[in-house]
Each structure stands twice: as C-alpha cells, then as structure tokens.
Write a protein that binds this ligand. Structure first.
Ligand code: SF4
Ligand code: SF4
Length: 491
C-alpha cells in the first residue's frame, strides 16, 4: 500500500479530549485484538437464523424474524448508533467475518479497476435496493428479505475474494455508503491522538501493516493496516472509515483513538483527506450525499397513503398497469428532477446574487454536503418510527420461531407486545427532523462563510432555502396517513 506524502492537512475538524478507547472496560475490550470477531459472531448467527426463518419460517412478514429484525430493528438500531456514537455496524459487520475466514484459503489477486474506484457503482446499487424494496415489497416478504441477506454475503465473498484490500466496503456495499455519509454526522471518529508522534514515526504501520521483518522483502504481515487506504496521519473525518480498528491494533505507538468531535464539523471544511482527496472535487461523493438525502424522501413517500394516489394517477397518465414504470417515474422525479431543479436553482442564485466565480457544477458539489445532516434526520425519523413502534415485536416472533421447532422454551408468543405508543414517537420524529435541518443550515452557513466572506448571506440563503423546502416536505410526509404496511412492518 503506497503511503501518501506526509504533509499537514490544511484544516481539521474540532475534536474534544474524549477518547472511547480510554474509557475503562469499553476501551480495553475494543483494543483487544479479537474484539471485532466477538462482535461479529452474534450478528453472523442472527443473520443465519434470519435467512433460515425467511426461507422456511412463517410467510406472514410480522411473524417472521427475517422481516421483523431487518426492517424494524436492524435499521433503527443502525441509525441510532450512528447518531449517538459512530459507524459501529461496519465494525461488527458479519459479511466481513465470512470474507476474512475465506481469505485464509483464497488470496485475492486483482486490483479493483481504476475506472470503478469511486462511489458511482455503489450509488447505483443503493438506488437499486431502494427501488426493489418498493417494487417487491421487501418489508412484506420474508423470502425476498432472506435472499437479499444471502446476496450480500455472496457479493462480499465474491468481490473481496477476487479483488484486494477492502474493495466491497469502499466501492460496492450500499449499507457501507449509507453508514459513511451518516457517520459524517456522528460524534466519534477513529483518529490520531497526537500528530507529532506520527510525524516522527518511521514505520507508518497504521497503513502498511505491522510486519515481522520490516526491512526485508520476505516479511509477513502480523497485523494489517488500513485496507480502505486511509492514512491516519492525514485522515480527516469518517468518510470511508469502517471502524475496523486495524489501524488501532497496528500502530506501534498506541497513537490511534476513537475521539469525540463536533458532529458534522467535517462537512464544514474542505481539507485534503487521505484516501479521498478534496470533497469539493469528489462529484461522486457529493452525488452520494444527494441520493442519501433525496432517497430518504422517496423512501418515506413510499409508506404514506398519498403515494397510492400518485401511483394510480401516474399509471393512468402513462397508460400502464405494471408498477415498475410508475415507480421508475417516481424515482426519476425524486432522485433526478427534484435535485436538479432545487440545487440547480440554488447554484444559479448563488452565482447571480453573490457573483461567485465558480461554475454551476462545482457550486452544487460544494454545497451538496450540507444535505447530509438533513438526510440523516429523515432516515432517523423514518427508521426510528418503525424501531420504536415495533420495539417489542421481536419477542413474540422469537417465541413463535422457537415454539415452531417443537421447543416452546421461551413461552407462548406474547403477540400483544408491540412498541411505544405513537404519541411519544411523533415528537421524537419531529425532533430528529429539526436536528437534521439545523445541522444542514449550520453546514451551509459555514460553507458560505468560507466561500464568501463579506457576502455570506447571499451565498447562504439559496442553500438554506433548499434545506427548508426539503424539511417542510419531510414534515408534511410525517403527518400523512400511513398505509397499513407501515403499521405492521417497515415501510
Ligand atoms: S498512527 Fe501510528 S503507525 Fe500511523 S503514522 Fe501515526 S504513529 Fe505511525
Ligand atoms: S483501519 Fe482504516 S477503516 Fe479501519 S478504523 Fe482505521 S482508518 Fe478506519
């Protein structure tokens, strides 16, 4: 792995003194070299149970562990952990446990093609999964949910079986990309404790990996370095970091921690980032942030009753009976027309009002990152709703699953257990949306300050308007009547 040149990034987001790895108990556990495996094993076992239940268990989604755990619990837990801590799902990812086991027998031999070393393929997969989710009603199908999980395991095995490093995580996995964008708003980051120690470090094991004979060509890597090409000394923020902690274990100076920071601060600056470059030049990552935000809107739209009315109307206008073209038209509107119109208008206004010398596209790329907090707020509101309203549902479903094997050791299924009453959940959803829009406005303001000292408001107002329009749309969606599917399962 080539080491990037050693120079200080222009600016790094603020961090506090908090270091999770120095918290008694938790820190000791995370620094233990088998901690990742210990976290992955339960998730692998749960995944296997979900696959088996999905394929052979009850066909009714609210009674099947595959659908209940995937669409009610996993998604909610994922976003809440991202909000409160960081990308700990990738740390505990069961796909990587299987992939690492396979790599003991099959060594990958190819490099991922240069043309694909960006986020475009994973954006396509992310949109594809959102689309299939609606088309096949995945929330309602244990069978297809099980195959989706199997598909993930197979894809991770095949891609990382052939291609070196962490190709699947960095360039392919749609869950990973979701986590990377969301974790830019997380409060924790894997980061060096003291940059002076890195400057004087000669081995750079955090990226090279710790070797038994560092100076000889016949070395053996004892602890791999960062497979995602993030060189700690120059790493900025959480983008592309899977929290795998390989760098923590590899650093011979115990100089990598999990430090606290200001959520979203990394979106407000544009330093050179190791393994990524400048955010302002990464059209693909900006597009990912856009899809993350507008995808939240289309996903939430799919669960409310007005979606049915729109689908019927579109079917009549397009003269089609099939759902795919109608859904396709809705996705084109939400993921292409709406962003192009809103962001295009904002960029045009920025140029007109403020006289920015930047072209339209670089302006859109620069300010798209401001949409990440709002998008995260929408995902939190949506997934949080299902998580809390169906919080206890895993109990009767698990009881039923065990009883169906002929061992009713967990007791009779308590089907009356559902979740937290809606009157407590709606204020929480509104809180998440408010948190999201506040974050987006703050990021847009800081970007405008950096871009246009002296004319801040002229650069800020167009982008603030975009955030407010999307926020109003998401609040409107929140108050719409829902289809029954959302009350039973995910939506
Ligand atoms: S993080 Fe550790 S291994 Fe990496 S450059 Fe700094 S001191 Fe060296
Ligand atoms: S090795 Fe890379 S991906 Fe893993 S925690 Fe360190 S920086 Fe993040």
């Amino acid at each position: 792995m080539a080491i990037p040149p050693t120079h200080a990034p222009a600016e790094r987001p603020l961090t506090s003194e908090f270091d999770l790895l120095r918290v008694p108990g938790v820190g000791r556990f995370l620094k233990w070299r088998h901690s990742r495996t210990v976290l992955q094993i339960p998730l692998l076992l749960i995944s296997i149970i979900m696959i088996l239940q999905g394929l052979f268990g009850p066909t009714l989604a609210p009674k099947n562990l595959a659908t209940v755990l995937s669409w009610v619990h996993f998604r909610g837990a994922l976003v809440l952990v991202l909000l409160c801590a960081g990308n700990f799902f990738c740390l505990a990812c069961p796909f990587m446990l299987v992939r690492n086991a396979a790599r003991r027998f099959f060594k990958p031999w190819m490099n991922w093609p240069r043309v694909l070393r960006n986020k475009w393929a994973s954006i396509g997969l992310f949109v594809g999964i959102l689309f299939l989710y609606e088309l096949f009603g995945l929330w309602n199908s244990p069978w297809w949910t099980a195959w989706l999980i199997v598909g993930y395991f197979v894809a991770a095995l095949v891609i990382d079986g052939v291609f070196k490093h962490a190709t699947f995580c960095k360039f392919v996995c749609p869950i990973g990309q979701f986590n990377f964008v969301a974790s830019t708003v997380s409060p924790l980051e894997v980061k060096v404790r003291d940059r002076d120690v890195c400057v004087h470090c000669h081995t750079k094991d955090c990226i090279r990996g710790r070797r038994n004979r560092p100076t000889r060509p016949d070395f053996v890597v004892l602890q791999r370095g960062c497979e995602l090409a993030l060189f700690q000394e120059l790493k900025v923020g959480n983008m592309d970091c899977t929290f795998c902690l390989d760098c923590v274990h590899a650093c011979p100076h115990d100089n990598v921690g999990i430090l606290g920071g200001v959520p979203a601060a990394e979106l407000m600056t544009d330093p050179m980032r190791s393994g990524i470059g400048l955010f302002s030049r990464r059209t693909d990552i900006a597009a990912l942030a856009m899809v993350f935000c507008f995808g939240a809107l289309v996903n939430a739209f799919g669960m409310v009753s007005p979606a049915n009315v729109v689908e019927k109307w579109l079917g009549a206008v397009l003269h089609v009976q099939a759902q795919a073209p109608v859904l396709g038209a809705i996705f084109v509107f939400f993921l292409i027309v709406e962003p192009v119109v809103l962001l295009g208008l904002a960029a045009w206004l920025t140029k007109s009002l403020h006289g920015s010398s930047r072209a339209m596209l670089p302006l859109v790329v620069r300010y798209s990152y401001a949409l990440a907090p709002l998008g995260f707020g929408m995902w939190l509101a949506h997934y949080g709703f299902h998580f809390f309203s169906g919080f206890y549902t895993f109990i009767p479903v698990a009881q039923n699953a065990v009883a169906s094997l002929g061992w009713p050791i967990l007791g009779t299924p308590a089907w009356r257990l559902t979740g937290i009453p809606a009157r407590f959940i709606q204020p929480m959803e509104l809180g998440f949306l408010l948190l999201g829009v506040a974050g987006s406005l703050l990021v847009a303001f800081r970007l405008a300050e950096e871009d246009s000292p002296g004319k801040v408001m002229r650069a800020f107002v167009p982008w603030a308007s975009v955030s407010l329009i999307i926020w109003l749309a998401s609040v409107w969606l929140m108050y719409q009547p829902m289809e029954m599917r959302a009350m039973l399962m995910g939506g």
